[in-house]
Design a protein around this ligand. Structure first.
Ligand SMILES: NC(=O)C1=CN([C@@H]2O[C@H](COP(=O)(O)OP(=O)(O)OC[C@H]3O[C@@H](n4cnc5c(N)ncnc54)[C@H](O)[C@@H]3O)[C@@H](O)[C@H]2O)C=CC1
Ligand SMILES: CC(=O)[C@H](N)C(=O)O
Length: 374
């Protein structure tokens, strides 16, 4: 890749030992990178895309039409203004999303298209959500490798070249059967057995490498399984914990594809999106690491079913285990240790299991009444 060649040349001029953020010479390298070293001579002059602390960031979200992107755009637009947050994806947006703020087509495998968007819109923050999740990744390894690994390389190079602050989510799926599972700390053995997990460990390591080598402002949270009411999950192992609400309300029955005692870390979407904004806004000197676990609750399908049955006693939960998803879940953390996020930048979740269930049911209750009223 041409950018890697150029980054290498830039790096050769820099001091090669020690973290970029801790010493001046690598800051020089970063400045060069942000002036598009692929194409330009060293004496060319530019309009720098500078982002002072008082400005609002100009944010691009990739893969923004999945479970998490639309909610994140809503949160960031509230904070930074509607036109300062651009959602992008390769899919056609529903009209509600299209009319709620800027949307643009962006395929992360198309480097020139990405660069054009970043340059033309003076992007300063990049939230990289495009990915194939664990279950769909196993069903299409070649595509998952391309989107999750090749796509990430494009994102890293664009971010380094233009001096962006870059957020890439990782996952509980970045751990594997040889990791400590109860609890799983930030730093431990990571030998995942899915292409999704392998690609996320790669993302963590590449982002941290670019941070130390080139001063890229890379920030990464390992999300648990995320539960949301107004957006559907995109093909993961934790999807059952969203589907159960839809099926319970629609039919009073739910057939679970994981065993009743499969314990996994989970989080309500509002906590996940708030954590993302908080870590992006955290002062760099509060981050002792660049990749953090974040946690809220852990439960099994049986425990989730029982909590729902407190509100819907007629709910019937049965089990028809999918061996692929079960094997994945059995290799993932049962409880997540997020003490570093809590002590470094003040992470604190709001939703435990009872609040999660109540909030999800309230959402659907409101929806049902609205649907009846229409
Ligand atoms: N939802 C969850 O429970 C968790 C999500 N995460 C991470 O958070 C991020 C967002 O997750 P979700 O919204 O749930 O994912 P999702 O699967 O719902 O959405 C991913 C989006 O990426 C887009 N995409 C696929 N190929 C693309 C390409 N070539 N160019 C641009 N976009 C492309 C898809 O069209 C889709 O809208 C992902 O990186 C995921 O790994 C991490 C842990 C848990
Ligand atoms: C936990 C995740 O990363 C995702 N929801 C999945 O199950 O693949």
């Amino acid at each position: 890749m041409p950018v890697i060649r150029t980054l290498t040349q830039v790096a050769k001029r820099a001091v090669l030992s020690g973290p970029a953020c801790a010493c001046a010479p690598l800051t020089v390298a970063v400045r060069n990178i942000s002036f598009s070293p692929r194409q330009v001579t060293s004496d060319a002059s530019f309009h720098s895309v500078s982002f002072s602390e008082t400005d609002h960031p100009k944010v691009l979200i990739t893969g923004g039409l999945g479970q998490l992107g639309v909610g994140l755009a809503k949160l960031l637009r509230k904070r930074f203004g509607k036109n300062n947050v651009i959602l992008s994806d390769i899919r056609k947006p529903p009209s509600s999303v299209f009319h709620s703020g800027p949307f643009i087509y962006s395929d992360i495998l198309d480097y020139k298209n990405l660069r054009e968007i970043v340059v033309n819109n003076r992007i300063t923050w990049l939230v990289h959500y495009s990915a194939l999740l664990s279950a769909v990744g196993e069903a299409n390894v070649a595509l998952a490798r391309s989107v999750n690994i090749t796509g990430l390389h494009n994102i890293l190079d664009i971010a380094a070249e233009h001096g962006l602050r870059l957020f890439v989510p990782s996952t509980i799926g970045a751990f594997g059967p040889t990791s400590p599972r109860n609890p799983t700390p930030d730093l431990c053995v990571q030998r995942p057995r899915t292409i999704y997990g392998v690609s996320k460990v790669h993302a963590e390591l590449m982002g941290e490498y670019y941070h130390h080598r080139y001063g890229l402002d890379f920030r990464c949270l390992r999300y648990p399984g995320i539960i949301s009411a107004d957006s559907m999950p995109g093909g993961g192992t934790t999807d059952y914990a969203v589907q159960i609400f839809h099926d319970a309300i629609k039919s009073g029955k739910f057939e679970c594809n994981l065993k009743p005692d499969t314990r996994l870390p989970m989080m309500y979407i509002d906590d996940c999106l708030r954590a993302t904004l908080e870590v992006m806004e955290a002062p760099a000197d509060s981050l002792s690491m660049r990749t953090y676990n974040i946690n809220a609750m852990s439960f099994t399908p049986e425990e989730l079913g029982q909590e729902l049955q407190k509100q819907m006693p007629e709910l019937e939960v049965t089990y028809d285990v999918d061996p692929v998803r079960q094997a994945i879940a059995d290799s993932w953390p049962m409880n997540f240790d997020d003490s570093n996020a809590r002590s470094d930048w003040g992470w604190k979740h709001d939703y435990d299991l009872p609040e999660l269930v109540q909030t999800m049911l309230n959402y659907f209750g409101v929806d049902t009444r609205m649907a009846r009223a229409n």
